[in-house]
Design a protein around this ligand. Sequence first.
Ligand SMILES: Cc1cc2nc3c(=O)[nH]c(=O)nc-3n(C[C@H](O)[C@H](O)[C@H](O)COP(=O)(O)O)c2cc1C
Length: 217
Amino acid sequence: MNQLMSKKWLKKLLELKVYLLATSNPYFLINGFFLEQNCVILRHMEFEELIKKRHCVRRFDPKKEVSNEQIEKLLKAATLAPSEGNIQPWIFVVVKKQEAKQKLTDAIFGQTAIEKASVIIITCINLNITAEKYSERGISLYSIQSTAAATEHIFLALTDMGLSACWIGAFDEDKVKEILDLKPNLRPVVIMPVGYSAEEAFLTDRKDISKISKIIE
Ligand SMILES: Cc1cc2nc3c(=O)[nH]c(=O)nc-3n(C[C@H](O)[C@H](O)[C@H](O)COP(=O)(O)O)c2cc1C
């Protein structure tokens, strides 16, 4: 009983000490509590702004280049994506050469003005890596999920850096493999032209969440 009482008093004393510290020390007040709370709110707002800002852009300013440092940041962001058993079954090909960009325009059926984008990032699956560990499910599902997650990381990171991009999934896979000189185990899954936008992003709407969700309570 005595032991219990003393523990209770010790807790109360500690609480009092923290309270006194908090009220008497403005540094503690700012750094230890209020600022931390404000940061959480601020970060949340920034994230919302970022995901709302991300949109596909299909026309780029050919005069503005994406730097190597920016490309490195984008690839680093990609590698932070989740992947099956953390095997990271992705390879990113970065195309800067004009001739290759023009060839890629043919491979995507001339859809958008990608030859004007500063760089084109092609996300590929390394089929060997995923097949070795996860067989058929790795090839047909996990690797698609993880490379899509990595591509979205790139998309959000570039939006955060003031750049624009488009997600292109409709392309002639064999042609793309030939243009990029890819080994048979590499499957291109997304072609992403990246650069500075030369158009107002077309604001797309979204289905109401009540129509696309089911909550099991
Ligand atoms: C799997 C996938 C494939 C896509 N393929 C193409 C494509 O081939 N060409 C294209 O112009 N946009 C393509 N898009 C972009 C979509 O059209 C676009 O994301 C959608 O209209 C919503 O617009 P937003 O991204 O601007 O919000 C693709 C997007 C995804 C996720």
